[in-house]
Design a protein around this ligand. Structure first.
Ligand code: GUN
Length: 280
């Protein structure tokens, strides 16, 4: 039976740490949270992020635009937020409704305030290993691994999923920690033959419970980035948890694994943005 990687518990510790650093540095970090349209999942994520801000002394300000506000209005808002001295981080919740270019919107955010680390400049910095912000989900995964003394060095890490937000930066961060990394995706032929070789398996595919026990090497560390609402109402991930937890050595639960860590790392990035703003 696998040891559960308790993201919820560790995220609380990160928030306490951020709060104490905010207080001891006498900072008032500000995070602008921009939501466009009425995507129900985005609304939940945004509310949770605002709650985390309140818990660690970060001032959050929400900007909710209707779906038909249009890209020009959104870009104008971002320009205003870029210019505000009391806003240190800007987060535009994705996905955006049809008719908006996510690429254009992300590139409009000042790289110094890009606490998601989605801007091209920050993506490039992650690639070279010389970064100010790390993307929150992969950074949260690394934090979990470190907390449980799971060292990727020399391990075969298989990342399933190649998104710009998770899969690609995750692979890069594991590479920086001296892992041997394989990236798999929807067109990978015989996915199981790769996942079965993984000492550390990171699943970020977005397909409900698609990773089953037969795809996992005995004793592997299994990280589940997915989150899905089951027909029965509960939440689950990309991994068939009941099945895989019998075979893995460590596993993240859904909920309570990677999700809270993503949010906690957003708070840490916002603090870092405020510290760097004060220093400059
Ligand atoms: N939508 C899903 N995950 C994320 C995230 O980490 N940041 C933003 N801005 N939008 C998201």
């Amino acid at each position: 039976m696998a040891v559960i990687l308790d993201g919820k518990g560790l995220a609380k510790k990160v928030l306490v740490d951020v709060k104490s650093r905010v207080e001891s540095a006498g900072l008032c970090p500000g995070l602008a949270v921009v939501i466009v349209g009425d995507n129900a999942a985005s609304r939940v994520y945004v509310n949770n992020k605002k709650k985390d801000c309140a818990e660690c002394g970060i001032k959050s300000e929400e900007f909710a635009l209707p779906a038909d506000a249009g890209e020009t209005q959104l870009l104008t808002l971002i320009a205003e937020l870029n210019a505000r001295a009391d806003i240190h981080g800007i987060l535009v919740q994705l996905p955006l409704p049809d008719g908006y270019s996510e690429e254009k919107v992300i590139q409009a955010i000042s790289p110094e305030k890009d606490v998601d680390a989605f801007h091209m400049l920050n993506v490039g910095r992650v690639l070279t290993g010389d970064y100010s912000f790390l993307p929150c989900t992969p950074a949260g995964v690394m934090e979990l691994l470190d907390h449980y003394n799971i060292d990727p060095k020399g391990k075969h890490c298989v990342v399933v999923g190649r998104s710009n937000i998770v899969g690609k930066p995750m692979a890069m961060m594991l590479l920086h920690r001296h892992a041997t990394v394989t990236i798999c995706h929807s067109r990978t032929v015989d996915l199981a033959s790769f996942t079965q070789q993984a000492d550390i398996l990171v699943c970020a595919v977005g397909k409900i419970e698609m990773i089953t026990a037969d795809m996992v090497k005995p004793g592997a560390v299994v990280i589940d980035v997915g989150i899905h609402r089951k027909e029965s109402g509960g939440l689950c991930g990309d991994v068939n948890y009941e099945d895989v937890c019998q075979k893995a050595s460590f596993i993240t639960p859904v909920p309570g694994g990677v999700g809270p860590m993503t949010r906690a790392l957003l708070m840490r990035n916002t603090l870092a943005a405020a510290v760097s703003h004060k220093a400059n």
